[in-house]
Design a protein. Sequence first.
Length: 333
Amino acid sequence: MYKDYFGLKEDPFSIAPDPQFLYMSARHREALAHLIYGMKSDSGFVLLTGEVGTGKTTVCRCLLGQVPENSEIAFILNPKLSVVELLATICDELAIVYPQENSSVKVFIDLINRYLLDAHSQEKQTVLIIDEAQNLSVDVLEQIRLLTNLETDKRKLLQVIMLGQPELNHMLERQELRQLAQRVTARYHLEPLSKNEIGAYLNHRLAIAGVERPLFPAATVAKLYKLTGGVPRLINLLCDRGLLGAYVRSVNIVSPALLTEAANEVFGPKRGKKSAGDNFWQWFWVAVLSALLVVGIYFLFVLVRQPSPENSIEKQNVVVPINPVETEVEKQN
């Protein structure tokens, strides 16, 4: 709607994982380097983790645009599968023909093993990429580990790249998955953009979409960081809505006030008014007040149990009467 108004050829802040719009920050370059390493090496497992919306899938899409011609890729986007469904999906991705009524794990593994050996004989490399891998069950993860047992004397026949949220690392700490965890040879956690990177991120996406002039002033960029914490997906959502607001009001830039309105629409009024920094200080003061309350209760308890000075003096000055003892002479009289 606002593309013609700003002279844009494409939507600059779509949340689709388009590698054309990928802003290669230092973190994203390092993440991509880990994935390329996992694809070209004989290492077995490579993990890329990050919070929701940090750009893991976009980095992976960028990787797919750089795969060598001798590579065969099985890309699984929906990992909520049983073991049999996983093996069938791998076969579908690699165009391995199998009986549609088959439910035998052994049949699938034999077919995949035969495919991998044939690909190896043609000097082809096979890579399994799984997105949202934190949703994999323990049984499926163990089956993936068993697939990496397929190897020749010199190299493994299947490389595995798993993308997921931080929960994936916690899963691999489980005792029953320790063998898989030991096969992970490279890990990288993708952090959100820093405050200083957001301006360059916005200008990069605007330039790809056809606009070279800045549409977000410095004050808006600072506000954007507070509202999103540097998460690219949240940045895209707010910037898209902010440009729409600027178009509706016939202005040429997105002001901090417009961004706040956009945040209220996207996140709701409460989230739009509070930033990540606000939340930090809110919890900080809650913690401080809680600590003071505990200390106050402790001292109150001590003071209640401790006797007052007046009571102590009274106790010290109490005279205990002593009954006289009658002597034998007094008794006789």
